[in-house]
Design a protein. Structure first.
Length: 490
C-alpha cells in the first residue's frame, strides 16, 4: 500500500509531545512491513534540522485560501536514517509556519486549515494516488471532509482516510467563515451530523474528522472506552457513539530501535536486562552531572513530562515536597507552557537549587531525558487522564519501574505488583486510582518499601519490566488490518 501520513509533529525534528514519537515509530514499522510511507509536515522555521540534508524539490505549488491562490514550496529529507519526510513550506504573506513555534499562535485554525488544503493540492499534482491518507488530531482532521469536496472528489475517489485522535482535549473549534477560507461551503457543515458541536454553537474540526473519515482510532483500548463518556469525550462522546462501527482503540507502540539501552548514544553506559550493572553506573554519572549526592540508600525517582494540569502537577509538587521524608532522590524534567504553573515551578527550582536530593529542570531536553530513564529506579506518571502515554513504556524499556494512575493507556500497560490480580511474574509497576496526594503516596510508598527491603525481588521486577513487549509490531499490524478493511482488500 501507498500510505501518506499527515501530521503536525515527528521526532526528532519537530517534537512537542507523544505524537512526534508515534509518527517516528509507526511509520518505520509500516515501512518494515513492506509498505511505502510518506510523511508530510509543515516546514516550520523551528525545525531541529541538525544533520539533515534538505532538498527543495518543487516550487509554485498553489493552494487556495481566502479567495486567492498562494504559492508553496515542497522540500524533502530523510530522518531517522531511512524515513522519507516531505516538508510543505507556506509562502503565504502571513508566514504561517515561520513563527518560531509549532503551536500556540492566535491563528492556529488558519495555519492548519491552510496546511490541510495545501497537502491535498500538492498530492493532487502527483502521478501516484495514495491508498490511505492517515491524519492525526484536529490539526489535520479537515482533510477527512475536504477530500470529498470540490476539486478533490474525483482525484481521490479511491483513497481512504483514517483519523487518529491522540488527545480528545484538543479539538479545533472554528467557524463557518474558517471553512469558507479553504474553499468549502462552511454553512453546509453547520449541522449536527457534520461539524456543529453537540454541546455548543461552534464548528469542530475533530468532530468533522470523526464523521467524515473512513475510520477513526484512538491511542489505547482503555482510552477508547473513556472517550465514550461525558468526562472523557469532552463533548464528542455522542459523535463517537454514532460512529462506533468505524472506531477503535489501538495501543501506541514504542520504537525499540530508537529507545534501546544497548545502543542509546545519549546514555552514559549501555546495559540490558541480562547485564544490569551499568544501570547503577548511569545513576552515579547522572548524580555527578546534576550535583546530587552519591548514595545507594535512596532510590532515584524521576518524572519527565509537560508540566500541565493533565499530567498531575499537584501530585508532582507533593512528591517534591515530601521527598526528604520518604527518603528518595527526586528529579523533575519538563517545560510548563502555562505561565502560572511555570512560575510556581521556577520558585520550587530555586528553593531546591542546592538541595543534595532534589532537582527541578524546567526544560525539554531529549538527551537528558534518555539519561534520566537510564539512571532512575522509579518513574512517576500521575496523569489525571492519559490517552496512551509513552513515558511509562519507555521507563519499562529502561528498567525504571512506573508509578502511575489507573487511567487511559496507563491502565493498558502498567500492572500493579500487589493489586492487579496477576502473578508477580506478569507485573511491572505500581498503580493507584484516586488523583490526589493520598493516592500517589500509596503507590510510591509501596514501591519504596520493596526497593529498600527486597533487592532480589526488585531486580526481578526490573527484568520483567524490560522484557515486556510494547513495540510497534503488533499495533502496526492492527493499523494495516484497518487500512485493508476500508480499502476492501479483506
Amino acid at each position: 500500500m501507498y500510505i501518506v501520513q499527515v501530521a503536525s509533529e515527528v521526532a526528532p525534528v519537530a517534537k512537542v509531545g507523544g505524537l512526534a514519537d508515534v509518527m517516528m515509530g509507526l511509520n518505520r514499522e509500516l515501512q518494515n512491513k513492506g509498505h511505502r510511507v510518506e510523511l508530510i509536515l509543515p516546514k516550520y522555521d523551528c525545525l531541529d534540522a541538525k544533520g539533515l540534508s534538505l532538498e527543495c524539490r518543487q516550487t509554485g505549488v498553489r493552494t487556495y485560501f481566502e479567495d486567492k491562490w498562494h504559492e508553496n514550496a515542497i522540500w524533502h529529507t530523510c530522518i531517522n536514517n531511512d524515513q522519507s519526510l516531505t516538508l510543505l513550506q507556506s509562502l503565504h504573506p502571513k508566514l504561517f509556519f515561520d513563527r518560531g513555534t509549532i503551536y500556540g499562535c492566535h491563528d492556529d485554525i488558519d495555519r492548519f486549515l491552510y496546511f490541510s488544503r495545501a497537502v491535498l493540492d500538492w498530492l493532487a499534482l502527483q502521478q501516484e494516488t495514495p491508498d490511505i491518507i492517515h491524519i492525526h488530531d484536529w490539526e489535520t482532521a479537515a482533510i477527512a471532509f475536504l477530500i470529498r469536496q470540490g476539486p478533490f472528489t474525483r482525484r481521490f475517489e479511491k483513497t481512504r482516510t483514517v483519523l487518529t485522535i491522540h488527545n480528545m482535549a484538543y479539538q479545533g473549534h472554528c467557524s463557518v467563515e474558517d471553512l469558507d477560507k479553504i474553499g468549502l461551503s462552511g454553512a453546509w457543515y453547520d449541522a449536527p451530523k457534520r461539524l456543529l458541536e453537540d454541546f455548543g454553537t461552534s464548528l469542530n474540526l475533530l468532530k468533522g474528522g470523526i464523521v467524515f473519515s473512513d475510520y477513526t482510532t484512538t491511542v489505547s483500548p482503555n482510552y477508547a472506552k473513556e472517550v465514550l463518556t461525558p468526562e472523557g469525550g469532552k463533548g464528542l462522546q455522542l459523535a463517537l457513539k454514532e460512529n462506533l462501527h468505524k472506531f477503535s482503540g489501538i495501543l501506541n507502540g514504542l520504537d525499540y530501535n530508537y529507545w534501546n539501552t544497548e545502543t542509546d548514544p545519549h546514555i552514559y553506559f549501555p546495559y540490558s536486562s541480562s547485564h544490569l550493572g551499568n544501570k547503577q553506573a548511569n545513576a552515579a554519572s547522572l548524580r555527578d552531572e546534576l550535583g546530587l549526592q552519591q548514595t545507594k540508600e535512596k532510590p532515584l525517582v524521576v518524572a519527565i513530562t509537560r508540566l500541565v494540569e493533565q499530567k498531575g502537577v499537584d501530585q508532582l509538587r507533593h512528591v517534591i515536597q515530601v521527598s526528604h521524608d520518604k527518603g528518595i532522590q527526586c528529579v523533575i524534567l519538563g517545560a510548563a507552557p502555562d505561565p502560572a504553573i511555570h512560575y510556581e515551578f521556577v520558585d520550587l527550582a530555586q528553593k531546591y537549587a542546592n538541595d543534595p536530593d532534589v532537582r527541578i529542570l524546567l526544560a525539554q531536553e531529549e538527551a537528558l531525558a534518555h539519561k534520566l530513564y537510564a539512571a532512575s529506579d522509579m518513574f512517576l506518571m500521575p496523569s489525571l487522564f492519559e490517552p496512551c502515554g509513552l513515558g511509562q513504556i519507555i521507563a519499562l524499556r529502561y528498567g525504571s519501574i512506573p508509578i502511575v494512575r489507573k487511567t487511559g493507556g496507563l491502565a493498558d500497560t502498567v500492572f500493579d505488583v500487589d493489586y492487579s490480580g496477576k502473578p508477580f511474574t506478569e507485573t511491572n509497576g505500581f498503580v493507584y486510582e484516586n488523583a490526589d496526594n493520598t493516592g500517589i503516596d500509596s503507590a510510591l510508598d509501596r514501591a519504596i518499601q520493596l526497593w529498600k527491603n527486597d533487592h532480589k525481588k526488585w531486580k526481578k521486577l526490573m527484568v520483567q519490566a524490560m522484557n515486556f513487549d510494547f513495540s510497534w509490531n503488533a499495533s502496526s499490524a492492527l493499523y494495516i488490518d484497518i487500512y485493508k478493511k476500508i480499502l476492501k482488500l479483506v
